[in-house]
Design a binder for this molecule. Structure first.
Ligand SMILES: [Zn+2]
Length: 345
């Protein structure tokens, strides 16, 4: 019995291993429950009781030696596999690979947020064509024939009509949807119209040939300037940081009278003055006003009976103020380093 043990001890010491298959052979022969060492442990009861203790100790030493050798061989085989460029050994303690699920575009985030705010106070969402006739983009909105916005340098014309025909163009604002809505729906009308608009501009950090707007309109009996102010105060309070100041500044648009531009206290410097607000402490976010009675009449609604307000803002502008994005080109370059900053928002 002792001879067998010593013989095995020698075998284990002299064993060499160069492949995973040989490692498995070693394990089967010396470590597994069907191996030679387990067999010897079973034969231990046949050994005379006086020798049993000594033989048992030798057997335990043999078992430990086999185990140690097996661990050394395993490590060796793992290292060989790594060097050979095979799959590294499985390490369950490593952190998992990040699961990149993509993000919402910042303009989509802000657009959705704006829609959400207005939907909660009863505005629905309206849509209309991006290719539009001169009438819906300009004429119905009181733009005079010689208005500079109709200039080739501001508007992308698709088709310049011969005398008496209609010019077709890419809409320069989403106001065309307001006109179409008023034509086909009788008051009360309470809608917002988010969408893409086009201007013939050279692309730079501060200008782009396409951008996004959200306009809104509310037409009903007895709608006054107070309703306009209430609605936009609510909007600013919901969208921007608490404590944001708001002011209305008299302005002029062909389609509203009176008209006002809406400024909020600068989100970047908190009103102290910085280069975003040109050191005034205020930034413009929207144009607004009471819809001109002529525009209401142009759509077949009686301006004596109905009044209303309208407003419009650029989604890029709001996004710039909310997330401090200072180059308009970033929105269309699809640089994932930029887009990933909006993960989880
Ligand atoms: Zn500022």
């Amino acid at each position: 019995m002792l001879d067998k043990v010593r013989d095995l001890q020698q075998q284990i010491e002299q064993y060499t291993i160069t492949s995973p298959e040989q490692l498995e052979q070693f394990r089967m022969r010396f470590i597994s429950r069907k191996g030679v060492i387990t067999e010897l442990f079973e034969q231990l009861k046949l050994v005379p009781p006086t020798d049993r203790r000594a033989v048992g100790q030798e057997l335990n030493a043999l078992k430990n030696a086999a185990q140690t050798r097996f661990e050394q061989f395993s490590q060796l085989v793992d290292e060989q596999q790594t060097v050979a460029g095979n799959a590294p050994p499985l390490d369950l303690t490593l952190p998992t690979l990040p699961n990149l699920t993509g993000t919402q575009h910042p303009l989509s985030l802000v657009r959705q947020r704006i829609i959400q705010i207005f939907e909660r106070i009863g505005f629905n969402v309206a849509d209309g064509p991006e290719i539009e006739s001169d009438w819906y983009n300009f004429g119905a909105l009181n733009f005079p024939d010689n208005h500079p916005a109709r200039d080739m340098q501001d508007t992308f014309f698709i088709e310049k009509a011969a005398d008496g025909g209609t010019d077709m163009l890419l809409r320069t604002h989403t106001s065309n949807v307001q006109i179409r809505l008023m034509e086909r729906q009788s008051p009360p009308i309470r809608s917002i119209m988010p969408g893409r608009v086009y201007r013939n501009e050279t692309i730079s950090a501060r200008a782009h040939c396409l951008f996004h707007q959200v306009e809104g309109i509310y037409i009903d009996r007895n709608v006054g300037f107070k309703d306009l102010k209430d609605t936009l105060y609510h909007f600013v309070k919901e969208l921007f940081e608490p404590g944001t100041q708001i002011r209305f500044r008299p302005s002029y648009f062909p389609f509203t009278e009176p008209s006002a531009e809406i400024d909020i206290s600068c989100q970047i410097c908190g009103g102290k003055g910085c280069n975003i607000c040109k050191y005034s402490g205020w930034v413009e976010i929207a144009g607004s006003g009471m819809v001109d009675p002529q525009v209401i009449a142009n759509c077949g609604i009686d301006p004596e009976e109905y009044t209303g307000f309208a407003f419009g803002m650029g989604i890029e502008r709001i996004t710039q103020l909310k997330y401090v994005v200072n180059d308009l080109r970033l929105y269309t370059e699809n640089d994932v380093r930029f887009l990933r900053q909006f993960e989880g928002l």
